[in-house]
Design a protein around this ligand. Sequence first.
Ligand code: C5P
Length: 212
Amino acid sequence: MPNQLNILISAGPTREWIDPVRFISNPSSGRMGYALATNAQKRNYSVTLVSGPVHLQEPKGVHLKQVETAEQMGKAIFENAKHADIVIMCAAVCDHRPLEQWVQKKKKEVFPNEIKLVPTIDILQELGIRKKENQVLVGFAAETENFEENAKIKLKKKNLDWIALNDVSQEGIGFNADYNQITMLSSEGKKVKFEYSAKEVIANKMLDLIIK
Ligand code: C5P
């Protein structure tokens, strides 16, 4: 790995707009991604953080790019991934967006009972296809069942070096929480479990492991 590492991190949810006042999203707080960005900055890495809408303070010394939709996040990530030694996709990207986005607010009297959704681009999978030599690609898997099995499938399918498996079936872990419990799985078959701890502690352990 070069001395001055370029690290690209995504964080937070995306918003997929239905009309000017309604969107589809998820409860991601962005805390895990921001903790990773802050930790990487303290290590003197050059850090780019692509963030969906969150209520967190901008980390000091980090190139912050704010986005809303999965499409915008994809664009910002692909632009910056070309120069990145490490990419960590921590964002909870919405898997679907409304096919149609109404320009005017849809009155409730005419609001449809069903909205047609279409898949968004899987940014991480695309990064896996475009991966540069020696680039380390890390994804997250937020699972509620068949944890390890699902994570291993994603690790392979998306051509990742590491996947951070997050059990989100329990309250107080992962999504919208200060604490996390993560198991790291590598493409080389390594398995490292981090005990339930604050996201800042997990971020430090994750970066130690990835950079080793
Ligand atoms: O397949 P799944 O959505 O569970 O994979 C989660 C991982 O993929 C996370 O790292 C997330 O940031 C990334 N992802 C993505 N683009 C999507 C959906 C998920 O990059 N549209």
